[in-house]
Design a protein around this ligand. Structure first.
Ligand SMILES: Cc1ncc(COP(=O)(O)O)c(C=O)c1O
Length: 429
């Protein structure tokens, strides 16, 4: 499949989409212009706007904070948390990221096909039957199962390559990894597999808010590194730190750190220090596809949970739970319309949601309601949505980002993610 370059849409559209402050009630001519520039065919689609420049600034800030003497891995799994891995990986590498982290070989292959040649580490488990894909695409991988390691050895031998391998240790996450007591023995087994190049150990922190527990994990990990080194393995590259640890647990840095959610401008929790200034990268907007005047006593959506109290204007948008806008947001969340907050009216449907714009509001068809991100002085954060939806910001951005058309804003230009690339990543909208 050929992957075409980005579809550039001109700087007028990009200017129009910049969220410049405007006075309340001022018509959103800018967005209307953008709608035309982006193409009428898309006017009724939900859109995710990815601010590539903000992403680049986040990478730079993280790079500067952790220092240039250690490696920085950018976690771009799950299509870069819904932002588009092919588009953002290129930027990450240009801004000084050393390695990209994906969850499986499919994601890594999509990056290679998109022309990304930098080191990629597969952070998830690969089926032994698929192990040969790792040398085929020039990847590094974690290992925590002997059957997989042996299959990988066979694939690497056939490809005449040495595959960089990190041994995954479970120090408390309870997900993937070898128990600490078995690590040394596992490394000994790897020594018998000459096409695997043991790089180091890694582990994951399940609860960065619990500093005491995280520190205990780090202590266990440090002991393991020493033990494995005493047995004669160099293991130069060991890693623990995720976003929370990067922000607030420097003793977890070792020689490599894995930055995830902070790349996308979101703090992993309220409990960690905000030691790096971050900018939100994703904005999600939905067009008005219908507008009507409602009167007291009218009800909105399934099960009639929203009853109109005073004469008002209710608009319908094509954003539903199938687009990653959870049903739990019904009658709880707000959107932004012309820079002011407007409540979700009634139950979120499978592919539509209504917003109450208030008395006398006159919305134009195609005008956008912001469900995530900034409009003027107001902002709906991923954390705000997550708290209404009883989930975490991670889930909000991946769900919204995966299920809408994505537009990238970069250096004053707005461009649409090529459809072929979206298909390659296996994600549709
Ligand atoms: C192994 C591993 N390391 C690092 C990360 C990044 O986590 P965060 O987004 O909290 O930085 C993840 C994400 O789930 C992960 O699975």
């Amino acid at each position: 499949m050929t992957v075409t370059g980005p579809e550039y849409l001109g700087s007028a559209a990009a200017d129009a989409l910049r969220t410049k402050p405007r006075t309340a009630g001022e018509p959103r001519e800018a967005e209307a212009v953008a709608g035309r520039a982006v193409g009428d065919r898309d006017l009724w689609q939900n859109r995710v706007y990815v601010d590539v420049d903000a992403f680049a600034r986040n990478v730079r800030a993280i790079r500067a904070y952790v220092g240039r003497h250690r490696e920085l891995l950018a976690v771009v799994k799950d299509d870069a948390y819904g932002h588009g891995a092919a588009e953002l990986s290129r930027v990450a590498v240009a801004e000084g990221v050393d390695i990209l982290g994906v969850v499986n070989v499919d994601e890594a292959r999509a990056l290679r096909v998109a022309g990304i040649t930098s080191p990629i580490l597969v952070l998830g488990a690969t089926a032994p039957a698929g192990a040969a894909e790792i040398p085929r695409w020039g990847l590094a991988t974690i290992a925590c199962h002997l059957e997989f390691a042996e299959a990988l050895e066979a694939g690497a031998r056939e490809a005449r390559q040495r595959v960089p391998v990190f041994v995954k240790v479970d120090t408390g996450m309870g997900r993937l990894g070898i128990a600490p007591r078995d690590v040394a023995r596992f490394c000994d087994r790897l020594r018998d597999l000459p096409h695997l190049s043991l790089q180091g150990l890694l582990t994951h922190l399940p609860d960065a808010d619990d500093k005491g527990f995280s520190r205990e994990q780090v202590a266990v990990f440090e002991k393991l590194i020493n033990e494995v080194r005493r047995r004669g393995y160099a293991i130069p590259r060991n890693h623990v730190a995720n976003s929370a640890a990067i922000l607030d647990l420097p003793e977890a840095y070792f020689n490599l750190v894995r930055a995830g959610i902070i790349l996308y401008g979101i703090y992993p929790s309220d409990a960690v220090k905000r030691s790096i200034a971050l900018e939100a990268v994703m904005c999600c907007r939905t067009p008005v596809i219908f507008s009507k005047e409602v009167r007291p006593g009218d009800t909105i959506s399934y099960q009639r949970t929203y009853e109109v109290k005073e004469k008002s204007t209710v608009v319908t948008t094509p954003m539903g739970y199938r687009h990653g806008y959870p049903r739990l947001l019904s009658n709880r969340a707000e959107g932004l319309w012309r820079g002011r907050r407007v409540p979700v009216a009634g139950l979120v449907c499978m592919d539509m949601t209504m917003f109450d714009l208030g008395p006398g509001a006159r919305a134009r068809l195609g005008e956008e309601v912001t469900v995530l991100g900034r409009d003027g002085d107001e902002e709906i954060t991923a954390d705000e949505l997550a708290s209404h939806a009883e989930t975490v910001s991670y889930e909000m951005i991946t769900s919204l980002g995966m299920r809408s058309r994505r537009y990238y804003l970069k250096g004053g230009l707005l461009y649409l993610e090529p459809r072929e690339r979206r298909a390659l990543s296996g994600q549709y909208y």
